[in-house]
Design a protein around this ligand. Sequence first.
Ligand code: IPD
Length: 329
Amino acid sequence: MAIPELTTEALEAILDFTVALARTAGDLILEGSDAIQSVTASKDVNEKKNSVDLVTEYDVRVEELVKTELARKYPDFKFIGEESYSAGSRPPLTDEPTFCVDPIDGTTNFVHGFPFVCISLGLLYKRRPVLGVIFNPFLNHLYTGIKGKSSYLTKGNGQPLKLPLASPPKPLPSLSQALIAVEWGSDRGEQTITSKSGSFGRLAGNPAQDVRGGKMAHSLRSMGSAALNFAMVAQGGLDLYWEVGCWPWDVCAGIVIAEGAGGIVTGSHDVFSSTSSGASFGDVTEEILTGRKYIVVRAIGETEGETCVEAQKRIIKEFYSSVEDVDAN
Ligand code: IPD
């Protein structure tokens, strides 16, 4: 079967549809949150579903809603979603248009009522992320992007704001000036946690107070949602986000949004080292998309001696010389 041609006009129409769908999904996420918080508040939890049941129920319901509506409108497009994947549906990646969706990204936040939760709705085409919609219904923040075009943040009913919000983008002389997002992830085994916390310690630690290799970054943040970390890097509120262990549906939409805001995305230290001097650096290949190791750096203002991408490479190099590689489990 011939692969449908996705023109910019076609992507714009898909964006309109997926934005409306993300907002509808957002209402369901808020309903789920109310249900979960009322269980937590209730003394008589036995009479109701517990919060774990409710999280699973709403994860599945949101994914079903999105999957059904997308299939109705785009019957020829494929679908990869976190819940379908967990349930055993694992189609191989092809060149065909494929929606790549995390119905509720930030599940731990969702359980706790920490309002950094979103639906992350991405589209892959010819094995590359080409469209992204990230909607946080708690804050009513909508991030959108189409490959090759600018990305936007829409707050509430306001006008879309071009990303990054700082224009021109701010400089970034070194990691010591950076606000960095990292995540603890779900693998809390001895090896992973020791290695990760060692890396976090070096990023935050003061070399003048005996932290060997310390970068003394401005600070570290863990927002609890990979998609929102990407969105915040696109916005310019975070300088860099690094994580080992996420999945394509966590990052697909965020990659497009970050790129459209002048950000750069690549994979592991090895991938960075082997691609950073090539012309295709910044191309998020299938290997990077499925490699479960991601780093994204915001747009950096050009200086006389350095272009934006040179500055981004300098920051990634400094970063990877400070952290230990860990396996994605
Ligand atoms: C997770 C969140 C979390 C990140 C994990 C993701 P989920 O997605 O994005 O911040 O650290 O790698 O898997 O489970 O909340 O959909």
